[in-house]
Design a protein around this ligand. Structure first.
Ligand SMILES: [Zn+2]
Length: 529
């Protein structure tokens, strides 16, 4: 035990606890330095975790191996794990420690359909053709959070620091499928702050509306039911469910002209019938309705329902809907973001090697993006934009309106990629992702220490949450009481590819890295003409 802690213990015995914190805070820099050293010591552990989850490649709600693997590690290190939370089989909460403050960590674990890709190869080269893959980089987030949590556990134990660490998985983030259910189940009720983290090509954080490129959304599937008949012999006896879907889509396209410019909506037909000579008795379409705030999202959702009902009427079919996902627009906490930013600046960007830069530039060239390699500077914290324009969504938005939260972006991917594609998987089991995850883990651990040792910061974070963020806007879930998590989603897709994917699971007992196991030369780039 360090000398100052012995003194702190003595002071604690003689004086009220407030004085203890005053004593501890002066030693915060030393504890943070210790955290950095410990995260560096776990470098191989972090790398293996990044590679292992990359190799599992599991779609939303089917993160069975990933959850088994991560909870197994956490249990081994003394975390208490509660499985199947919020009615989701692959969701869990892992807890360590006791008392206040309670610090939550969350990051996503699911992957993207058809994004299978060999890591370290700067052109499209799937590991398993057509299979899911980590074409967003969610394989690295748990390596960041678990590394940080194990380091915190060691420091809390060694220095007798009070507080609780809770780890949550972002199940089915790609279909915005879990966080509103987590919130409804009360998972964040006793949590003081949440330190979320997400892969990116920058090292950054944000607060409020951030860069304004975020929307909230509801994701809804409409199922039309008609009547089968011989499509040529007796079409008059049939009622086409596909007509219902087509009329709904046509209706939405006309209505689109008369919606606010801030809306973004898109759909895919998930069932268009079986074969042309059978009038389709069943058909379905899946919509994402995105807007900037709750009332506008709700309004799009209602318009969608109206158009679906009208389409059913026109086609003499019936329709019912299922809400698959929902997300509030994110709003991150200013106080936590400002402290986190200091830690980002202290840690700094990873040192990229020549090979890292060669891979990044070759991939940027291959996909026709701006060729500029990897970022070499952290991103400054900027003022939130006044007029958001909207863009993608993340269901951590629901958490951010229930408890003060930030979202650390750690630099584990290559800039200028399209997102949600094989290209975004290229770096995700290479030294780029390994170094970026180690850097992220340092910031997560340091920011947690700030709030574990300074209760005043927790109070300030809640002050912003209560008196700025939620002063006029109050959280209301998009979920109706009868809505349940779409836990059967992706089941068939996953089962189809599982036997092939299993052959490629990473074996860290035999291979130092996944690149080594696959026999990939790092980096593999196309020969220059
Ligand atoms: Zn994501």
């Amino acid at each position: 035990m360090k000398k100052w802690l012995r003194i702190a213990g003595l002071i604690c015995a003689l004086f009220p606890p407030g004085l203890l914190f005053a004593q501890q805070s002066t030693e915060l820099p030393a504890l943070k330095q210790e955290a950095v050293t410990e995260v560096d010591r776990l470098r191989t552990f972090t790398q293996q975790m990044v590679d292992q989850i990359f190799s599992y490649s599991e779609l939303g709600f089917q993160e069975v191996e990933t959850s088994r693997y991560v909870t197994g590690i956490l249990e081994k290190y003394g975390f208490r794990v509660e499985r199947g939370v919020a009615g989701i089989p692959t969701a869990w909460v892992a807890t360590y420690g006791s008392g206040k403050p309670v610090i939550g960590f969350i990051t996503d674990i699911d992957c993207i359909p058809r994004a299978s890709q060999k890591p370290g190869v700067a052109y499209h080269d799937p590991l398993v053709e057509g299979a899911p893959g980590h074409g967003e980089g969610h394989n690295s987030g748990m390596a960041v959070n678990v590394t940080a949590a194990l380091v915190l556990r060691k420091l809390m134990e060694g220095h007798k620091i009070a507080g609780t660490i809770k780890i949550f998985p972002g199940v089915a983030e790609e279909i915005l499928g879990s966080k509103a259910f987590y919130a409804r189940a009360g998972l964040f009720k006793d949590v003081d702050i949440v330190l979320g983290t997400h892969v990116w090509h920058e090292f950054s954080t944000s607060y409020g509306t951030g860069d304004g490129k975020w929307s909230g959304l509801v994701s809804v599937q409409y199922f039309f039911h008609g009547k089968a008949a011989h499509a040529a012999g007796a079409p008059w006896d049939g009622r086409s469910a596909l007509d219902g879907v087509s009329l709904m889509n046509a209706g939405w396209e006309f209505r689109r002209e008369h919606l606010r410019l801030q809306q973004r909506s898109h759909y895919v037909i998930i069932n268009g019938g079986d074969q042309p000579n059978v009038v389709p008795s069943e058909a379905a379409v899946w919509y994402y309705f995105r807007e900037l705030d709750y009332p506008h999202i709700k309004s799009l959702y209602e318009i969608g329902d109206t158009i679906a009902d009208a389409a059913a009427k026109m086609s003499d079919t019936t329709v019912n809907r299922k809400l698959v996902g929902s997300a509030w627009p994110t709003h991150f906490n200013k106080v936590i973001a400002e402290w986190q930013q200091k830690n980002i600046e202290q840690v700094g960007m990873p040192k990229w090697s020549e090979a890292d830069q060669t891979l990044a530039k070759a991939l940027q060239k291959e996909i026709g993006a701006k060729v500029e390699g990897l970022k070499d500077k952290v991103t400054p914290l900027s003022e939130p934009v006044k007029e958001p324009i909207g863009g993608g969504s993340d269901d951590v938005g629901d958490i951010s309106w229930n408890v003060p939260m930030v979202y650390l972006m750690y630099p584990a991917n290559i800039p200028n990629l399209p997102g949600h594609s094989w290209a975004n998987a290229v770096s995700m089991a290479t030294p780029i992702a390994h170094k970026g995850s180690t850097a992220g883990a340092k910031v997560q651990a340091m920011t947690a220490l700030d709030f574990l040792l300074e209760p005043e910061l927790v109070r300030q974070a809640w002050d912003y949450f209560r008196n700025v963020q939620t002063k006029e806007i109050h959280y209301e879930s998009f979920l109706a009481p009868e809505d349940t998590p779409a836990i059967d989603m992706n089941k068939e897709k996953m089962e189809k590819f599982l036997p092939q994917l299993k052959k490629y699971y990473y074996d860290p007992a035999k291979y130092k890295s996944y690149l080594e196991q696959l026999g990939v030369t790092y980096p593999t780039v196309k020969a220059q003409p």
